[in-house]
Design a protein around this ligand. Structure first.
Ligand code: AMP
Length: 330
C-alpha cells in the first residue's frame, strides 16, 4: 500500500502505467501540463512504523531518482520543527520527518518519562505542511536488543551540554546514525537551536563517511524572543517571562562586541549578571566558544558562538547566538 502512495506523490517519476493505477485513488488528482499528465496527491502522508518497511521504501524512492530530505525530531512539533520541514520541502523531492523520543540520549533523572508527546497534533501539522512520510518507530523497533556499538565524537561531545549531560551526545550520535541508515536521505535538516548537536552530527557524518548533506537552519523564536522548544511547555507564566533573559543576554553579548569589547570573560560576566537578576533555578553554563571546535574563546578575533543553558523550574533551556565578528573590519 505504501509503495502505491509513493507513486501518487511524485509527478516527476509518473509513468503511463502508474497514472492508470492512481486514477482510482481518492487521494490523488490529475493535472495536464504541457500535454503530460501529472499526478498530485492530496492530504495523504504515509506513516511508517517499522525499520524494514522504511528501508525498503527509501530504497524504492532512491532508485526512482528522488532526492530524500530527513527532518529528525522527538515530536511535540512547533514552528521551529516546521521551519526545517519547509526548508526540506524547498530542497528535496520527498520530505520524511521522523518522530522518536530517543531513550539513550536521556540521562538518569532527566525528563524521558515526562517528555511532551502529542502524535495526533503532530500528524495534523505534518499533513498541513504536505510532508510525504512520517517515520514513527517504537523503541523496540529502534533498539530490538541491547546494542554493543557506541558512537563517541571526541572533544566536541563533552563540552557545553555534554559536560553537564554525560553521554547525551553519544545517544544523539547513535540515533542519528541509525536514522540515516534507515531513511537513507540525501539531505538531513537540523536546527541551530541545538547548535552543539549539529556540530557533533556534522563531525560524525564526516568522520564516518555518511553520504548525506547536513543542513543547519536558523533558530525560530517567539515574538518576544524566546527560542521555541518542546520543553517550553514546562514553564509557568512567570518562569516564561523570566526566561526571556536568555535571548536578551545573547543580544547584549553581540551589542558589547559591536561596541568594541573583545574579552569573552567580560561579556560572559555581564550575561551572568543579567541572567542572575531573573532568579533562575540553575545556570549550567554561559560560554563563548569557537563555533566549529566548540573550544572556549578568550579574545574574540573571529566568529564566536555564545551559548547558554539555564534552568527555570522544570525546564532546562538552551539558547545561543552566532556572532560573525571579523577582526579586519573592526
Ligand atoms: P527536537 O524535537 O527538540 O529533538 O528537535 C528536532 C529538530 O528541530 C532539531 O534539529 C532541533 O535543533 C530543531 N529545532 C528545535 N527547536 C527549534 C527552533 N526553535 N528553531 C529551529 N530549529 C529548532
Amino acid at each position: 500500500m505504501f509503495l502505491l502512495s509513493a507513486i501518487f506523490r511524485y509527478p516527476k517519476k509518473t509513468t503511463q502505467e502508474e497514472t492508470s493505477i492512481s486514477r482510482g485513488s481518492k487521494d490523488a488528482f490529475f493535472l495536464v501540463v504541457d500535454n503530460k499528465t501529472q499526478v498530485y496527491s492530496i492530504a495523504s502522508m504515509d506513516i511508517i512504523e517499522t525499520v524494514r518497511e522504511m528501508q525498503e521504501y527509501a530504497n524504492r524512492l532512491r532508485s526512482d531518482g528522488n532526492v530524500i530530505g530527513l527532518v529528525p525530531t522527538m515530536g511535540y512539533l512547533h514552528e521551529g520543527h516546521l521551519s526545517l520541514v519547509r526548508r526540506a520541502k524547498k530542497e528535496t523531492d520527498v520530505v520524511l520527518v521522523s518522530i522518536f523520543v530517543n531513550p539513550v540520549q536521556f540521562g538518569p533523572g532527566e525528563d524521558l518519562s515526562t517528555y511532551p508527546r502529542d502524535l495526533e497534533s503532530d500528524e495534523h501539522l505534518l499533513k498541513k505542511e504536505e510532508v510525504d512520510i512520517l517515520f514513527n518507530p517504537s523503541t523496540i523497533q529502534m533498539y530490538p536488543e541491547p546494542g554493543l556499538t557506541n558512537i563517541y565524537v571526541h572533544r566536541i561531545s563533552t563540552t557545553l551540554c555534554g559536560n553537564i549531560r554525560s553521554g547525551h551526545f553519544d545517544g544523539v550520535a547513535l540515533v542519528v546514525a541509525k536514522l540515516l541508515n534507515i531513511t537513507k536521505p540525501h539531505k538531513a535538516f537540523f536546527g541551530a537551536k541545538d547548535f552543539q548537536q549539529q556540530v557533533v552530527i556534522r563531525r560524525m557524518a564526516r568522520d564516518l563517511n555518511f553520504d548525506v548533506e547536513i543542513i543547519t537552519c536558523p533558530i525560530v523564536r517567539d515574538e518576544d524572543g524566546l527560542a521555541l522548544s518542546s520543553r517550553n511547555m514546562y514553564l509557568s507564566k512567570d518562569e516564561r517571562r523570566r526566561a526571556l533573559v536568555l535571548n536578551e543576554s545573547l543580544e547584549e553579548a553581540e551589542h558589547l562586541i559591536k561596541k568594541g569589547e573583545h574579552r569573552a570573560d567580560t561579556i560572559c560576566d555581564r550575561m551572568r549578571v543579567m541572567i542572575e537578576k531573573r532568579s533562575p533555578d540553575r545556570i549550567d553554563y554561559i560560554s563563548a566558544v569557537n563555533p566549529e571546535t566548540l573550544e572556549p574563546v578568550r579574545t574574540i578575533e573571529g566568529p564566536v558562538l555564545f551559548a547558554v543553558a539555564v534552568r527555570f523550574g522544570k525546564a532546562r533551556l538552551i539558547d545561543n547566538r552566532l556572532v560573525e565578528f571579523n577582526a579586519d573590519e573592526d
